[in-house]
Design a protein around this ligand. Structure first.
Ligand SMILES: [Zn+2]
Length: 59
């Protein structure tokens, strides 16, 4: 269930009012500018999954 993992990351790592990542602060008490590397990773993974599904659907 790797899709769920990406969804979970995107659900927690959201942009705070100050422009910092809420998830990184909550999980690690770190101030990281949004988007953090985890959001970047999840978005890349999702894009790849969608592309794969699209190509599979075409065939
Ligand atoms: Zn984060």
């Amino acid at each position: 269930m790797k899709d769920d993992q990406e969804q979970a990351i995107l659900a927690v790592h959201v942009r705070g009012i100050d422009g910092m990542c809420v998830g990184c602060r909550a999980w690690w008490s770190r101030l990281v500018p949004y988007p953090c590397w985890q959001v970047d990773w999840a978005i890349r993974r999702q894009a790849r999954t969608i592309t794969t599904r699209f190509l599979a659907g075409v065939r």
